[in-house]
Design a protein around this ligand. Structure first.
Ligand code: 5AD
Ligand code: SF4
Length: 462
């Protein structure tokens, strides 16, 4: 289609936004758009935004400034450009966005993506900005077109949205609304469609994914463990992951799934946020440091080799040196394979933003640095411990060097190896020879047999 309109979708924030962007792009492709990554060529620019921290939200406005210039340049050449702001900033700020940045033609909240093509037409014909940020109770995913061609062997699949936990720092309950779970049947259908298109690893997404409770196929509701059990029966679906989980929702059946379901990968992202009980209470996390440690012990009993990942916030209002020391202590006690660390960022409308004792920026910066150093050391040691082992790697894409492929280990580490391109999309045993802070490197283990990797039977190593 040489004359087809082009769309550029730029994604900020979490994996749920990555998933939403893919579904939006597919919906727009069904309307005749072609994807581009060149701003100057785009007839439609969609920013899929994140509101979780102030910096993330600020990026949207600096990006819109750049887009305004390009829109004017294109107009001088007689070419129209439509600009849409989607995602969590759209949901949180609504029409404020249009007031601050009149370049925007459409503001669209996450529950309305299936209406995007219609709303864009409406904005164009009415020659005015359209703002659509309601929270209608409908299955938007089922109203979007069926999944398109898979881009890689791995895919995200959103199974749950929203959160009812109300941590005092977090905007999610306000931007994504209350918890909502998709039905097992809808998820199974989407997973089957992905597998038919060459996907063999699916990561189930939700803001609070382990609180999943969707309608099951036989009536009643299914837990996340029940959903995983059902998805594991899909032939050709070789690996399952899920993120993000709340410690309070790590139920016995889900922990047991890590023991008995070989397709469920031994990696778990389980945010703890702080090691101080005083801070955890102020954050309304509903767990103590001891609760978290006891939970980790149960999970490790079920799956001894599980790699644990987490999130920390430093400089939450009222955090003292002693509170921060407690955070360093929990890092040492657990031993994380990887982690994300954030400086506390006051979000308008959340309870913590109004708390006394906001921590000075310089203190936050210093604590973040110390915490990161400790976590970096753990990640490096975790990676180094893999050297000499042979691990099954799902190759996802070509590497930077000629003949190099990049894939993921069961523990979600990036693995580089020189290998035949025909192995893209396949799970192959790789002998790990080297490790760095963020990745492993190795060679295809020619002599390895598949029996070493239960759950990956029938995947040829060649
Ligand atoms: N400030 C800093 N970090 C935050 N997070 C969520 N809200 C805030 C905030 N206001 C972090 C938490 C969460 C991750 C997704 O982002 O650690 O787990
Ligand atoms: Fe950011 Fe949260 Fe929205 Fe994801 S759900 S994009 S983390 S605000």
């Amino acid at each position: 289609m040489p004359g087809a309109k082009k769309v550029l979708v730029k994604t900020f924030g979490c994996q749920m936004n990555v998933y939403d962007s893919e579904r939006m792009t597919e919906a727009l492709e069904a309307e005749g758009y072609r994807e581009t990554d060149v701003l100057e060529e785009a007839d439609l620019v969609v920013l899929n935004t994140c509101h979780i921290r102030e910096k993330a939200a600020d990026k949207v406005y600096s990006e819109l400034g750049r887009i305004r210039q390009v829109k004017e340049e294109r107009l001088a050449l007689g070419r129209e450009t439509q600009v849409a702001v989607a995602g969590c900033v759209a949901q949180a700020e609504g029409s404020e966005i249009v007031s601050r940045a009149p370049v925007v033609d459409l503001v669209i909240g996450p529950q309305s993506y299936h209406r995007m093509p219609d709303l864009l037409r409406q904005a164009a014909s009415d020659r005015r900005s359209v703002v659509e940020t309601q929270f209608p109770e409908e299955e938007k995913f089922e109203r979007l077109p069926a999944r398109g061609k898979a881009r890689t062997a791995t895919a995200f699949l959103t199974v749950q949205e929203g959160c009812d936990k109300f941590c005092t720092f977090c905007v999610v309950p306000y931007t994504r609304g209350m918890e909502y779970s998709r039905s097992v049947a809808a998820i199974v259908a989407e997973a089957e469609a992905l597998v038919a298109r060459g996907v063999s690893e699916v990561t189930l997404l939700g803001q609070n994914v382990n609180a999943y409770h969707g309608a099951s196929e036989g009536g009643g509701t299914a837990s996340l463990a029940g959903l995983i059990d059902r998805l594991a029966r899909i032939d050709g679906l070789e690996r399952l992951r899920y993120t993000t989980s709340h410690p309070r929702d790590m139920t016995d059946d889900l922990i047991a799934a890590h023991a008995h379901e070989p397709k469920l990968m031994p990696f778990l992202h389980l945010p703890v946020q702080s090691g101080s009980d005083r801070m955890l209470a102020a954050m309304n996390r509903k767990h103590t440091a001891a609760d978290y440690l006891a939970l980790v012990a149960r999970i490790r009993k079920a799956r001894p080799d599980i790699a644990l990942s987490t999130d920390f916030i430093v400089g939450f209002p009222g955090e003292t040196d002693a509170d921060f020391e407690a955070t360093l202590k929990i890092v040492d006690t657990v031993g994380f394979a990887q982690a994300y660390t954030f400086k506390y960022s006051a979000r308008p409308g959340t309870p913590a933003a109004k708390m006394d004792d906001q921590v000075p920026e310089s203190v936050k910066t210093e604590r973040l640095f110390r915490l990161q150093q400790r976590l970096d050391g753990q990640q490096k040691r975790f990676n180094a411990a893999c050297v000499g082992r042979t691990v099954p790697v799902l190759f996802e894409r070509a590497g930077r060097h000629d003949g190099q492929l990049i894939g993921r280990s069961p523990y979600l580490q990036a693995v580089h190896a020189f290998a035949d391109e025909a192995l893209l999309g396949r799970i192959v045993p790789v002998e790990i020879l080297g490790s760095g802070p963020n990745s492993l490197s190795g060679v295809i283990a020619a002599s390895a047999t598949h029996d070493k990797f239960p759950g990956h039977r029938g995947i040829a190593a060649e």
